[in-house]
Design a protein around this ligand. Structure first.
Ligand SMILES: [Zn+2]
Length: 249
């Protein structure tokens, strides 16, 4: 990646009126969160069927064993936002970024201080009781015994992530489409652009006239079709550099 490309991207963002970011697993890899897809990804090691809503209803303890290992214990439970998450949070705080649409369920954008975050596939930060619908903060849920249960009614708690047989929550989907149509710059970070329907968002932004700035370690489905500027490399390095130029430090 050339400095020229970075400056060009920064200038484009500085002169824009409505900037959004669309993020994927690549932005959280540097926080130690394993991606789901690709070689060595979680789906190559675990049974994705455990994340089917009907299966979860039938065998919650089995699904929960995996949910706990993947999202709440050890490295995943301790994951902190990295420089890329923080750079986006700072851009928002300085009025340079309107919204983040993320495919990630790790909650790291919120932890970094970002406020307007659309979690397209939900989040592990909260859970909802399957029986009474009570929503609770995951941090307040004891998980020594799985599945964790609702303090109000004893029903099984399910993390508020979108399972395979579930639709994208309608209000999130609508809000994401509205952002894609309204923005004039869409910063794509750490995503290969293959997971539907989320992957359509940058394409829709481009169709409505937005400039797409892509930050990825390798070429993606967007690079030649959708992106105007391609910044090749790690998000944890490029985004802070970009944010500094945009903010003007
Ligand atoms: Zn309940």
């Amino acid at each position: 990646m050339s400095n020229h490309a970075l400056s060009h991207a920064a200038e484009t963002i500085r002169s824009a009126r409505h900037v959004i970011a669309f993020t994927g697993a690549g932005i959280s890899v540097e926080s130690g969160i394993a991606p789901f897809r690709g070689p060595g990804g979680l789906w190559s090691r675990f049974d994705p069927n455990l994340f089917d809503r009907n299966r979860f209803r039938r065998e919650p303890e089995k699904s929960w064993e995996l949910l706990y290992r993947l999202f709440y214990e050890g490295a995943a439970g301790r994951a902190r936002p990295n420089a890329a998450h923080l750079a986006l949070a700072e851009m928002e705080a300085r009025g340079r970024l309107h919204a983040i649409i993320t495919q990630n369920i790790d909650g790291l954008h919120h932890r970094a201080g970002s406020v307007n975050v659309l979690e397209y596939h939900g989040s592990t930060r909260t859970m909802t009781c399957m029986d009474c619908g009570l929503q609770v903060d995951a941090a307040d849920v004891p998980m020594e015994k799985l599945p964790p249960r609702c303090a109000a009614c004893g029903g099984v708690l399910k993390p508020d992530v979108v399972f395979f047989s579930e639709p994208i929550p309608d209000h999130v989907h609508r809000a994401a489409l509205a952002e894609a149509k309204a923005c004039d710059v869409c910063i794509v970070v750490g995503t290969s652009g293959e997971v539907m329907p989320a992957a359509r968002i940058p394409r829709m932004a481009a169709r409505h006239g937005a400039v797409v700035v892509e930050i990825n370690v390798r070429e993606s489905a967007y690079t030649y079709e959708t992106s105007t500027i391609f910044l090749e490399g790690k998000a944890g390095k490029i985004l802070p550099d970009l944010a500094s130029e945009v903010i003007g430090k």
